[in-house]
Design a protein. Sequence first.
Length: 155
Amino acid sequence: MALARTAVEALAPDQSALTAAAGLLKAAKWPVRGRAGDIDWGECQGSGANPYRVAADMAGGGAKCTCPSRKFPCRHGLALMLMCARNEADFTPAATPDWASTSSDIALGAAYVTATITVWDADPRSAAERQRLAETTSQGRAFTCRRETVNAIRS
């Protein structure tokens, strides 16, 4: 079952990745495309000699690609998922190639990260505003914030 277009768009790390993915939605960029169950894959022709190999788990929303991008999912993964959301018939049923692997390997983009942001200001109101801004920024990037006081450090 394919993800809906809106679900794929929600996976984009930022608007620029989504815009770049939109430029890769031409069938000519993807000479090889296939599907087995929930795994879709393809080879996206870039500027280099070898195409990027891209695989996506359409049930879990994960994607992996051989491109050097540090974004997850990259524009190639987003484009592959958007193409499938647009028309599943564009993907030929076939055996999954070794490089496309399994859905558990594709979903390796998730991780737990713990970070500490320390906010200090001589003025308590200014410190509270800085803390609010730090929390808003972090939550806007899908992090969960837990507010602690100075006493939490001593414990």
